[in-house]
Design a protein around this ligand. Structure first.
Ligand code: FES
Length: 175
């Protein structure tokens, strides 16, 4: 029987495919498992999802199927977590994933103008990726840096107290 999962567009897709990983990556995953008490291995789900995302670029069905099997979970358990956190990508993203905080402090301090400026500069809309696959723009909930609003995260780096000029400098400096 096929596995049922939900993709980024909420379209139900079925696949039995299970991703394969190198011995090195499997060992890395096992190293996360041993951090938790016997019987509590599902607590390793989030670090393992980060590994899958790094290896496959985003959380695709075969990758999620692998984690479900690896942790002896239902596939829906894995998707419940994967779809809850904005740091997990459910579709391919560009080399530089720009996540602009859209929550209260950032919004009051000019997030809509900042997001609009980024989109105009890159020629894309929120949720889209540039044709050359370099940039993806998304709007996310509070990133915990409200005192330096407006802010955005690119990859694992925070950029704060943004202005249009600062955004230009940041984007122009990326390879
Ligand atoms: S509201 Fe933007 S970082 Fe908290």
């Amino acid at each position: 029987m096929g596995t049922v999962a939900t993709d980024y567009t909420n379209k139900v897709v079925k696949t039995d495919e299970i991703a394969e990983f190198s011995d090195e990556v499997i060992e890395e995953m096992k190293s996360h498992l041993v951090k938790y008490p016997e019987g509590r291995q599902r607590s390793a789900l989030i670090p393992l999802l980060f590994v899958i995302q790094r290896e496959r670029g985003y959380l695709d069905n075969p990758g999620v199927n692998f984690i479900a099997k690896f942790l002896d979970l239902e596939v829906t358990d894995v998707w419940e977590t994967a779809t809850f956190y904005s740091m997990f990508n459910l579709h391919p993203v560009g080399k530089h994933h720009i996540q602009v905080c859209k929550t209260l402090s950032c919004r009051i301090m000019g997030e809509p103008d900042i997001t609009g400026h980024i989109c105009d500069k890159l020629g894309i809309k929120v949720g889209e990726t540039t044709e050359d696959k370099r940039f993806t723009v998304t709007r996310v909930e509070c990133l915990g840096s409200c005192g330096t609003a407006p802010m955005m995260q690119i990859g694992f780096d925070y950029y704060e107290n943004l202005s249009k000029e600062k955004v230009d400098e940041i984007l122009d400096s990326l390879d």
